[in-house]
Design a protein around this ligand. Sequence first.
Ligand SMILES: [Zn+2]
Length: 276
Amino acid sequence: MKTFDCDLCGSANYTVLEVARKYIGDNEPPVVCDNCGFCYVRTRRPAKEIAEDWNAIFGEGYTSEWPGVKARLFYVAEFFDQNYGWKGKHVLDIGAGEGTFLEFIQQRDAVVSGLDPSLENCEKIEGLGANAYFQTVEDPVPVKKFDVVTILWTLENCQDCMRMLRFARECLMPDGQLVVATGSRILVPFKKRLSQYLSKNPADTHCFRWSCNSLVIALARTGFVMDDVNLYEEDDWLVVVSKLVDWRLPPDRLIGLHDKPLEVIDHFTRWDRMFP
Ligand SMILES: [Zn+2]
């Protein structure tokens, strides 16, 4: 186990999200950074162990064939297609799962590859005639470079979000684009009960709870700038398309960009009261 300070700003000062306790069993509750408002889990196991848990959770019946899961992947495929187009693009999906998203964009003439820590998933991805990388982002970066990297409903579930973004950056061509999508949004209308949003799964299987601000800061800290964002306040998901830049936002420049810690805590307090 390793203890992490705030991934976004490096601060060691935090407030425990007490309201989470009644929903998460014996797990460690998330904390809110006193400096930048980022919501994260402090104690985390090695990345491979977290990935193994996710393989087990997948094994328990989770599938991207569920209508809600399929719909959100289709949404990302359509959102990017309408704004940029997939045709002819070489795409790597990090945390590709069963390859459902890759199938959608393959039908739109993208050249697809998938990276996943599950051997079974990698076999499904290869079944599409795609390249499969059986690994995590702690392993070496693929030699091939891509036009687009996608991280869909995965950045919230990894051990080290900044490492995953740096890995994505190294996978991209100089004019490449990154697409991050997440359903673990905060500071937006509650789309589900707090008891369903939080869970009794091990705390480090869901280390991060993103707002649009915190995601944009994480991207800027790893050399990306946001190019487009969906209507995340009315749709169920947050989708950010970003491009590479040759600068990194230093931690001391976060002031004014980040969420207010008390607003984040108040968001969860209201959620508990209104839609437990
Ligand atoms: Zn922070």
